[in-house]
Design a protein around this ligand. Structure first.
Ligand code: FAD
Ligand code: FES
Length: 274
């Protein structure tokens, strides 16, 4: 569907990550998108002459009639998006794939664990749960979010607000101590183990670099989270985004269609590379 750039914001001090908020050119597209979109899903964005690539949605529906993506500048396509200005046109397919199924867990405590820029869809999930109309339907909301260094945290103004709210408990951690940081230090799996969020009546949503996921899942296991109460989101190179081209498989699963969000129970064993 045809979209245009409504707003852009640099997220990180090194300027490698930028958020773009896309607005709809047609009301009918907006209605169709929001009638189906759930946090955890991704879209295929396309720029004429530059191709198409996948990005997780970083906004919740109640935030407004835009769709946010937070984009790491690494190659041809992502550099092109970083160079775009408000008003520029861009194509969008989606929302695609599976989502974090929080609607199945009303009444439960929610533990969100993220690392690096893969935090984008967990941010959408947390914003979704903070919808004033929805928040009271869940128990405690705990967010553990790690970045290599303070300047690499995304959504800094919002993080500041979350740290002052009493309906969400935010823990931010950086890899190693620094003079300009008075928060937690240590890798996400270690910090999760130390904080030891309660597992009874809780469900965990985990997304981050593969090495973070790999070491966080056993910690959650030790804390007593069963595999059907741990969800993770996986990333693979994608092409079609709809289960046709066979580009994105992990074992017998297609990440674009069966995922990107899987419960650990559904995934069985994580493949070796995770
Ligand atoms: C479901 C899903 C959600 C995603 N969400 C986001 C997001 O929220 N923000 C974001 O910045 N990116 C996200 N990505 C990754 C994004 O699609 C790629 O970074 C993008 O395709 C790169 O395009 P490019 O032309 O700029 O880089 P290219 O020139 O295509 O690639 C540059 C380098 O990055 C490597 N690379 C590119 N994509 C991937 C990948 N998926 N896995 C491993 N290595 C890769 C390439 O091998 C190459 O070395 C997501 C991918 C998937 C599948
Ligand atoms: S991207 Fe084509 S099958 Fe998944």
């Amino acid at each position: 569907m045809p979209m245009y750039i409504a707003r852009t914001a640099v997220e990180t001090e090194d300027h490698s990550l930028r958020s773009v908020e896309l607005a709809f050119q047609h009301d009918s597209d907006r209605e169709r998108f929001f009638s189906g979109y759930r946090p955890g899903q991704f879209c295929q964005l396309s720029i004429f002459g530059k191709g198409e690539a996948s990005f997780g949605v970083a906004s919740a529906a109640w935030e407004g009639s835009f769709v946010r993506f937070t984009i790491n500048k690494i190659g041809v396509f992502t550099k092109a998006i970083h160079g775009m200005q408000p008003g520029d046109p861009i194509g969008m397919r989606g929302a695609l794939g599976t989502w974090y199924p929080v609607e199945e867990w009303k009444g439960a405590d929610i533990v969100v664990i993220g690392g690096g820029y893969a935090f984008t869809t967990l941010y959408a999930l947390t914003k979704h749960l903070l919808d004033p109309k929805l928040r009271q339907e869940y128990g405690d909301l705990t967010v553990i979010y790690g970045a290599r260094e303070p300047g690499l945290f995304l959504y800094k103004p919002e993080m500041k607000m979350w740290s002052r709210r009493d309906d969400v408990t935010l823990f931010q951690t950086i890899d190693t101590p620094r003079e300009d940081w008075d928060g937690l230090t240590g890798y996400v799996p270690t910090v999760t183990k130390e904080l030891a969020p309660r597992a009874d009546n809780a469900v965990a949503f985990v997304c981050g670099p593969p090495v973070m996921i790999k070491f966080t899942l056993p910690v959650l296991n030790e804390l007593g989270f069963p595999p059907d109460r741990i969800y993770t989101s996986l990333e693979r190179r994608m092409k079609c985004g709809i289960g046709k081209c066979g580009r994105c498989n992990i074992g017998p699963k297609y990440v674009c269609k069966d995922g990107p969000v899987f419960s650990l129970a559904a995934l069985g064993e994580l493949p070796a590379e995770f």
